[in-house]
Design a protein around this ligand. Structure first.
Ligand code: NI
Length: 166
């Protein structure tokens, strides 16, 4: 089990809503959190571990592992306001950082791992993180938010590395 990296096509596909919160989803969430904390990430989407379902997890205070983990299934953004730009990286896009425009305030709706409805109000880092993860399950990467030039340079670098590895 590992984190899927660009250019794996599963990262570019829109993930499917979760219909039943069953044992498979519990296992998925457990696997996701293990990998996220191992990689010292602040968020992870299910397709980043190869499962095309609308499940995201995040913990912006990741240093205390597991304490503030939020699981959000079938998330919907109900409100997004004001603009903020910050430097973002992604576990699926190694050695890349980009200045990404996001909304500063966010209200999101979804269900937790027990099927309970939850509403989250977020700002700044948390809001950015949630938008980043929802992007993932919509098939969007931080690469899609930067200039063509920057994206192409990264793509070429990855292609070169992949050729070398063969
Ligand atoms: Ni990411």
């Amino acid at each position: 089990m590992e984190i899927v990296k660009y250019p794996d096509p599963i990262l570019m596909k829109k993930a499917k809503p979760v219909a039943n919160i069953d044992g498979d989803i519990q296992n998925l969430v457990d696997n996701m959190s293990t990998l996220m904390y191992q990689a010292s990430g602040v968020g992870l989407a299910a397709n980043q571990i190869g499962v095309a379902k609308r499940v995201i997890i995040f913990d912006i205070d990741y240093k205390e592992k597991g304490k503030d983990l939020t699981v959000l299934i079938n998330p919907t953004i109900v409100l997004a306001e004001d603009r903020v730009v910050s430097e973002e990286g992604c576990l699926s896009v190694p050695d890349f950082e980009g200045k990404i425009p996001r909304k500063k305030y966010l209200k999101v709706h979804g269900v937790d791992r027990h099927g309970k409805l939850i509403d989250i109000e977020a700002e700044d880092l948390l809001a950015i993180c949630i938008q980043h993860e929802i992007d993932h399950i919509d098939g969007t990467l931080i690469l899609d938010h930067v200039s063509h030039l920057k994206r192409n340079l990264y793509r070429k670098k990855v292609e070169k590395l992949m050729k070398k590895a063969k």
